[in-house]
Design a protein around this ligand. Structure first.
Ligand code: ATP
Ligand code: MG
Length: 411
């Protein structure tokens, strides 16, 4: 049973133009995530992801894993600490890197990305036979950047979650083939989320390589711009993909053995998606000024059940024990399994709890209201801006996605 009264969800009321400890509130996703008790700043650019936010992150990561594994991605995990000398070798030691030393004085970089680490690993285990290629490996992990100006909450943080995938190939042509497969997987992922993300040709810059695209989601707080049909709009870079060529493999000694001839440097590609940035950017794009709106697939809970207020007429029939029974039945016999929350704060009016559920953006809200006293009892299902009054079997069917044919009203 998942009760709202038990959640670690420190709600905040942020007065207009207010500043709170360690945080400047500069955009709506940041404000709403703080107000709704989903994140909490711990220092400039650093955030604790609280239980509801982490559920959304987990759902997003599961979708990403599914799409990357569908195109052959193998999951691995590289240490967050990478030897500083690797960064010196590739010429990427910069101010943006967070550095640490161990007790013997050896220097490490808290990885902002892992091109060096993966090329070093492939050098260590190689040379790979051309028969083992193409290889696509990925991880989803915390990354670190000493951003000059952390901004917009999780959109530009100093520690954030990122998918990073790396392709290794025997030739440029093979790298291009994998690039198309993985970028097709990106398109599917954004479709899963119902987000219109633009693929924009980009400079390879500091990364090196021959081809690169940024994946831009139009959103008010975006620091980039994306061209649309009528001019351009502000957008957030949620992902970045590159064909890297042999820059990292040649420098760090990652080779493959071709069918004939001597070992050659691997042709590499890399694929990044900022998981926490994508989550923040989708909220930035979909939410109103006062209420969170999620891509349905990653809402922290798909639905919430609101029982009657203590002492009301409905309360006589639907006390906490009865509400718990209905909750159990809903969560065990419908597709809501594990994805239903119960707002058990019975001392609060249904109206107030409805407002809070709306602010949180739960896609489906089930209310035990006045009609629950009728014969047969009917329950309110609020979803996609409409409300339906349904008998218990009809409610079960509606939650399973079956149309009931019942009249609906706009909320
Ligand atoms: P930006 O131009 O916004 O600083 P970047 O080009 O430096 O980002 P990449 O090196 O391409 O970022 O990293 C891959 C992805 O990681 C980005 O597309 C973005 O989604 C995410 N990302 C990068 N920096 C941050 C950050 N500071 N906070 C959250 N996510 C980030
Ligand atoms: Mg980038």
């Amino acid at each position: 049973m998942k009760f709202v009264s038990q959640l670690l969800q420190p709600l905040l009321t942020i007065p207009k133009n207010a500043k709170i400890k360690n945080t400047e509130i500069t955009c709506k996703s940041q404000k709403l995530l703080l107000e709704c008790g989903l994140i909490r700043p711990t220092a400039s650019g650093l955030f604790a992801l609280l239980p509801l936010a982490l559920r959304a992150v987990d759902k997003l990561e599961a979708l990403v894993r599914h799409r990357i594994e569908e195109v052959g991605g193998q999951r691995l995990s590289l240490p967050a600490l990478t030897a500083a000398n690797l960064w010196e070798k590739t010429g990427r030691m910069s101010e943006e890197l967070l550095k640490v030393q161990d007790r013997t004085g050896r220097s490490f970089v808290l990885a902002p990305t892992h091109e060096e680490a993966i090329a070093d690993l492939l050098a260590d285990v190689g040379p790979l036979s051309y028969k083992q290629l193409p290889l696509l490996v990925y991880q989803i992990s915390d990354k670190f950047r000493d951003e000059l100006r952390p901004k917009h909450g999780v959109l530009r943080a100093r520690s954030f979650r990122m998918l990073d995938a790396y392709g290794a190939h025997a030739s440029h042509e093979h790298a291009v083939t994998t690039y198309h497969r993985v970028t097709d997987a990106y398109q599917k992922l954004f479709k899963d989320l119902h987000l219109k993300v633009y693929r924009v040709a980009a400079e390879c810059g500091d990364m090196g390589g021959s081809e690169s695209h940024e994946w831009q989601l139009p959103a008010p707080a975006g620091e980039d711009r994306v061209p649309t049909d009528g001019g351009s709009v502000s957008s957030v870079e949620v992902g970045h993909t590159f064909i890297l060529g042999t820059r990292y493999s040649a420098t760090l000694g990652a080779h493959c053995v071709p069918p004939s001839g001597p070992p050659q440097p691997l042709h590499m590609s890399c694929y990044g998606i900022g998981i926490t940035r994508l989550l923040g950017a989708s909220l930035e794009a979909l939410s109103t000024d006062t209420a969170l709106r999620w891509p349905a697939a990653i809402a922290p809970y798909r639905a919430i059940l609101i029982g009657p207020k203590e002492g009301s007429k409905e309360w006589a029939l639907y006390d906490p024990t009865r509400v718990s029974e209905l909750y159990e039945e809903l969560s065990h016999t419908t597709s809501l399994r594990g994805d239903l929350l119960c707002d058990d704060r019975h001392q609060m009016t249904v109206g107030k709890r409805l407002l809070m559920a709306d602010k949180m953006g739960y896609p489906e809200v089930i209310v035990i209201g006045k009609a629950a006293l009728e014969t047969p009892p009917r329950f309110e299902l609020r979803a996609s801006g409409r409300v339906q009054l349904l008998t218990w079997p009809e409610l079960m069917m509606a939650l399973a996605g079956v149309e009931t044919g019942r009249a609906t009203a706009q909320i």
